[in-house]
Design a protein around this ligand. Structure first.
Ligand SMILES: *Cc1c(COP(=O)(O)O)cnc(C)c1O
Length: 502
């Protein structure tokens, strides 16, 4: 690669639009033996050089703004630019977390509305916006559940149950809280196995973590029974909300019997992610867990109560701390920018958020149908999970590339690489692990029928192409196949000093 800017080395060429490094005053206070002898090799490029450098780099990457990005479970939907304008409003962008409440009533109102909206759409009683990732939300909620058990004198509950289709963060978060993980197998149709659950619960069950629809995109119609089994053993139910895009406005985890849930604002609510921006993973809990939430939350009071006799009418928003809070899990108030973008997104949908989920589910089912029902002349080497009925597939679906591998030697990974040549990001690869040679597709609601039709056609083309072409893909990307094993064993995380290229 020659696309570095290190050959614009400040020691030799000064970028003329930048001031020279001036340390004359400050350097006097640094002891002689601690001063560096040479200027650092920081690049000092001129503005056009710098702009070209970053523009080139941005063109090497694949992103949702470049093309279709059906990365299952990650919900890579379009990020409306209006949200960026709103978040750059000086009343939001230029404020400091230590400003007094009286100066940040607007932001507090947004926080409050967001807490309320998330509570309503999930059937929970209280919400904190503090965690900055789904995984951190999981950890936070499991900690609240842990405190709940301890307060009841049941701190001996030391096991968390997860299905084998769970996202890796579920067992990781629970074990960070000190819990042992009990993994239960899924049924043949990919859904929860109630018998396996029954034999896994006991006096030692602290919680079960599960997403619904599952990571196969399959709705669990027996979820209420699962909840009952766990609750009757004294455990709590945790809902991994990464798949919220499938159910908003249709049903909610509260109704399914869950006690706690996280939301991924960077999935369901369009905050950019995947290298595009920081995330946000608020959690919601039922009343019995509310007092353990991290601090602070936003509360609202009638202005007439705050300032009796005053002329104001409306509301006063203020920070508050839950009674037995587990403490803070993030500095300040979480990722405020992500919260504001998600708020802007939901405010424009309003009650129509339900339509968003309907279209996401429709798109996934349409694409699945298109892929599974090709031109009869084509032989297709992909199959859905055995026994999984089509009518329960929601916002994403999985296909096994095993038949293709058996017939031609081409693996799911080869197909994933080849898709890049056609201008698509690959679906999620080899997850969930219970599906052999798994590809997991999530088109989201923001793609048109034309995009889905074209993708299905191109996908069929790949399945019927000369295997040699697929096995050596990608052919058109700036970087071809990388040797992952070599890269992992020979980690290079910095540019060698003094080199213009690496
Ligand atoms: C993305 C995801 C998570 C974790 O969310 P992050 O924000 O990436 O930490 C958890 N569970 C599922 C099913 C997910 O898709």
């Amino acid at each position: 690669m020659t696309d570095t800017i290190f050959h614009f080395n400040g020691a030799e060429n000064a970028g003329w639009s930048q001031p020279p490094p001036s340390m004359d005053e400050a350097i006097k206070h640094v002891p002689e033996n601690m001063r560096r002898r040479n200027l650092p090799s920081w690049p000092r490029a001129s503005e056009p050089e710098l702009v070209r450098h970053y523009t080139k780099l941005s063109q090497k990457n694949f992103g949702i703004d470049t093309g279709f990005y059906p990365l299952g479970s990650c919900t890579m939907k379009h990020n409306p630019r209006l949200n960026e304008k709103i978040v750059q409003n000086p009343g939001i962008d230029r404020i400091h977390p230590l400003q007094p409440e009286s100066q940040v009533q607007g932001l507090l109102a947004i926080y409050y509305e967001m807490q309320e909206m998330l509570a309503i759409c999930s059937g929970m009683d209280s919400v904190t916006l503090q965690p900055v990732a789904g995984a951190q939300g999981e950890f936070t909620a499991i900690r609240c559940i842990q405190e709940y058990h301890r307060e009841r004198g049941e701190g001996y509950r030391d096991k968390v149950i997860v299905p084998d289709s769970a996202h890796g963060t579920n067992p990781a978060s629970a074990s960070m809280c000190g819990y042992q993980i009990i993994e239960i197998p899924s049924g043949d149709d990919g859904r929860i196995d109630l018998e396996a659950l029954r034999s896994a619960v006991g006096d030692d069950t602290a919680a079960m973590m599960i997403t619904n629809p599952s990571t196969l995109g399959v709705f669990e119609p027996e979820i209420a029974k699962a909840t009952e089994i766990v609750h009757s053993a004294g455990g709590q139910m945790y809902y991994d909300g990464a798949n919220f895009n499938a159910i908003l406005g249709k049903t909610d985890p509260g109704r399914m019997g869950f006690d706690a849930v996280h939301y991924n604002l960077h999935k369901t609510f369009s905050q950019p992610h995947g290298g595009g921006g920081p995330g946000s993973g608020p959690i919601g809990v039922k009343g019995h867990l509310s007092k353990f939430l991290p601090t602070p939350l936003v509360e609202r009071r009638e202005l007439s109560d705050v300032d009796p006799g005053g002329v104001g009418d409306g509301f006063w928003y203020h920070w508050t701390s839950p009674e037995c809070s587990i403490g803070k899990v993030q500095q300040w108030n979480g990722n405020a920018g992500a919260v504001v973008r998600a708020w802007a997104f939901y405010r424009r949908y309003g009650r129509d958020l339900e339509r968003m989920s309907e279209h996401a589910v429709l798109n996934a089912n349409y694409l699945r149908f298109k892929i599974m029902n090709p031109d009869p002349k084509l032989s297709i080497h992909a199959m859905p999970v055995e026994g999984c009925p089509a009518d329960v597939v929601k916002h994403e679906f999985t296909l096994s590339m095993s038949p293709l591998k058996e017939a031609t030697g081409v693996t799911g990974k080869d197909v994933a690489k080849r898709l890049l040549d056609f201008g698509y990001m690959s679906p999620t690869l080899y997850f969930p692990q219970i599906v052999p040679e798994c590809l997991m597709f999530e088109p989201t609601e923001t793609e048109s029928k034309e995009v889905l039709d074209k993708f299905a056609d191109d996908f069929h083309t790949i399945l019927t192409e000369d295997p040699e072409v697929v096995l050596s893909a990608p052919h058109t990307t700036p970087v071809g196949r990388v040797d992952e094993v070599w890269a992992a064993r020979n980690l290079i995380l910095r540019f060698p000093k003094g080199e213009g290229s690496s």
